[in-house]
Design a binder for this molecule. Structure first.
Ligand SMILES: Nc1nc2c(ncn2[C@@H]2O[C@H](COP(=O)(O)OP(=O)(O)OP(=O)(O)O)[C@@H](O)[C@H]2O)c(=O)[nH]1
Ligand SMILES: [Mg+2]
Length: 587
């Protein structure tokens, strides 16, 4: 199924055309039929020559009902721009086209109606020129008469060609169904309708009501008036909801895949249209079927911050439009750049923010998001529209790699400082370190603890060697200094003896985590095992003992027990032919 919205000035024959194509009545209200004018959205559908189905969202052309028109076209990716041959280009032809352009609608047809009343040529030429400079660009044009039927077969064929060009819908994407109608069906309860632009709905699905976050369940589903167990985007759907009173829902609400969207009333956007500085302080933001007053704060030449009167489920990259209802003026399209922007409290913050926004294009980008936020929860990032491909550093926390490295260094410094200030205490409390590093979660502090730091009983100790008798600590320090840049070389037995490290001293150092014992008189610095796995993971798999020895730049004396240790830890696995593979790359 494809969904196409109409657009065009009042009385230009949009509804008549939809009626002629579908045999259905798009003007649902008695008042509409009495006045011969569309007031609210109408819905009808037809089978095309190819056998495919096209559903129409028929919009009102009258200037008073532009907000209804916008609610209809908001979630629809294709448009039929209708112009009457006998009237030609008119104010709402322009306003509707500006709206389609602002929303970035790039698929459509131009239909010159009432071709039995006047030569369609001039209206067609003017409309073509107007469309050419918008997101629609050069579109196919057809002249029709709903009275004589002339042009309708050509229009049906053109609709088929348009449908064939429409991009494949993202069926696996999360659902955000913008509600355009809401009513009660006796015996069934609340029903909402909308254009499903992406994702898939099934009977019994649990969804989230955007306005309140409350869970709702799909009790029944209709596609184009027929009950269905499931509906894949793109589709016109009616959703019967279990246990939701009718008055809880209205046009502009949305049904969401749980956990995939974030309600926001503060967003930074890029404008296409009027310059930021020329915008009035208050405009209406139209997105999906919603229309929400927004306070506008210019940041850069084409970027503004919007404070919405009520929060909406928006994602980075969403297209929307700003309109001045008083002036009947579409101020421009917006692309959402950030749905969780930082507050602009400090002096100069707005200018700094403008500089950041200048580098954003509305494409969700994990590395960039992490660079800006430094730390973020997976769930929060997903809800902004970012695809998370990185591994969390702790719990569901993601970190910018550079920031994480700096935090690790600062943790070491803070622990050392604490040790100096409190020489009698066994290390710095994790909670205190969390506050000093301004981290939101203790788990982050714990994840930053790496040798020579150690975590014990809620405290981080500066160096395991601190807990050792003075001569042993000094000997370990010498080894650390000498072997730091060749971590897989081990001191010879004679060197250990020279350092005063006999079996008892080595045992103490190993227990304190200051040394890693591979075999009798074979010790490395702690961390060497993890580092070795990283090196070995870079080898062609599987690898032999001698390949490992060369890669680690070490001797058999170290390589043999080191690999055995890694086997025991499950980081490597020994194959029947004695070669090995790395199982998990740790660290
Ligand atoms: N002669 C002739 N009349 C037409 C044609 N198409 C529409 N009309 C007439 O034009 C008038 C307006 O048609 P509608 O279809 O209601 O126009 P509309 O664009 O839906 O109007 P709104 O929904 O109010 O914006 C009606 O009286 C139609 O009968 C046509 O091809 N030829
Ligand atoms: Mg109409």
């Amino acid at each position: 199924m494809w969904v196409v919205a109409t657009a065009g000035h009042v009385d230009h024959g949009k509804s008549t055309l939809v009626r002629a194509l579908t045999g259905m009545e798009p003007d649902r209200w008695a008042e509409e039929r009495r006045r011969g004018m569309t007031i609210d959205l109408g819905f009808a559908w037809a089978t095309l020559p190819s056998g495919g189905t096209v559903a129409f969202v028929d919009v009102p052309g009258h200037e008073r009902f532009v907000p209804n028109m916008l609610a209809g076209v908001g979630p629809v990716p294709a448009a039929l721009v209708v112009v009457a041959a006998d009237e030609g280009w008119m104010p709402q032809s322009a306003e509707h086209l500006a709206a389609l352009d602002a929303l970035g609608v790039s698929y459509g047809l131009l239909v010159v109606t009432r071709a039995d009343l006047a030569d369609p040529g001039p209206a067609l030429a003017r409309a073509r020129a107007e469309l050419a400079v918008t997101s629609l660009g050069a579109v196919e044009a057809v002249a029709v008469s709903a009275v004589t039927g002339a042009g309708l077969p050509e229009l049906r064929a053109a609709l088929d060609r348009l449908a064939a060009r429409l991009p494949a819908p993202a069926v696996d994407a999360p659902v955000r169904l913008w509600v355009d109608r809401c009513f009660t069906v006796r015996g069934s309860g609340t029903v909402v309708t909308g254009t499903l632009g992406a994702g898939r709905l099934r009977v019994d699905d649990e969804l989230e009501l955007a306005a309140t976050g409350e869970p709702v369940r799909v009790r029944g589903l209709h596609r184009l008036g027929v009950a269905a167990g499931r509906a894949d985007a793109v589709a016109r759907v009616a959703v019967n909801l279990r246990g939701v009173p009718r008055d809880r829902l209205a046009r502009g609400d949305a049904l969401l895949t749980p956990g995939r969207f974030r309600l926001t009333d503060l967003l930074d956007v890029r404008l296409a249209g009027d310059p930021a500085a020329d915008l009035p302080a208050t405009l209406t933001l139209h997105v999906g079927s919603a229309a929400v007053p927004a306070r506008v704060r210019p940041l850069g030449p084409d970027t503004v911050r919007l404070r919405l009167a009520r929060p909406l489920p928006l994602l980075v990259g969403d297209r929307a439009l700003l309109r001045d209802p008083g002036r009947h003026h579409v101020a421009g399209g917006v692309t959402v750049l950030d749905v969780a922007p930082p507050p602009l409290a400090r002096r100069g913050a707005a200018a700094a923010r403008a500089a950041v926004l200048a580098g954003l294009d509305g494409r969700p980008d994990l590395a960039g998001e992490l660079r800006r936020r430094r730390l973020a929860r997976v769930t929060d990032l997903v809800r902004t529209g970012v695809e998370v491909t990185a591994r969390p550093v702790a719990g569901d926390w993601l970190a910018d790699p550079e920031h994480w490295r700096q935090l690790a260094v600062r943790l070491g410094e803070e622990v050392t400082r604490y040790g100096r200030e409190h020489p009698l205490e066994p290390g710095a409390p994790v909670e205190l370190l969390r506050r000093r590093l301004e981290l939101p979660d203790r788990a982050l502090v714990e994840a930053l603890v790496r040798p020579p730091l150690r975590l014990r009983a809620g405290r981080v100790t500066a160096s395991a060697a601190d807990a050792l008798p003075e001569p042993v600590a000094r000997a370990v320090a010498r080894i650390r200094a000498e072997y730091a840049d060749r971590p897989f070389r081990a001191p010879e037995a004679a060197d250990l003896a020279d350092l005063g490290l006999g079996p008892r001293e080595i045992g103490a150092a190993v227990r304190a985590g200051a040394l890693l014992r591979l075999a009798e008189n074979v010790v490395l610095l702690p961390g060497a095992a993890d580092a070795a796995v990283r090196v070995l993971a870079g080898l062609p798999q599987p690898f032999t003992l001698s390949a490992a020895r060369r890669a680690l730049d070490t001797t058999r004396r170290v390589a043999v027990p080191l690999l055995e240790l890694l086997d025991r830890r499950g980081a490597t696995r020994r194959l029947p032919d004695d070669a090995r593979i790395v199982v998990v790359a740790c660290g």
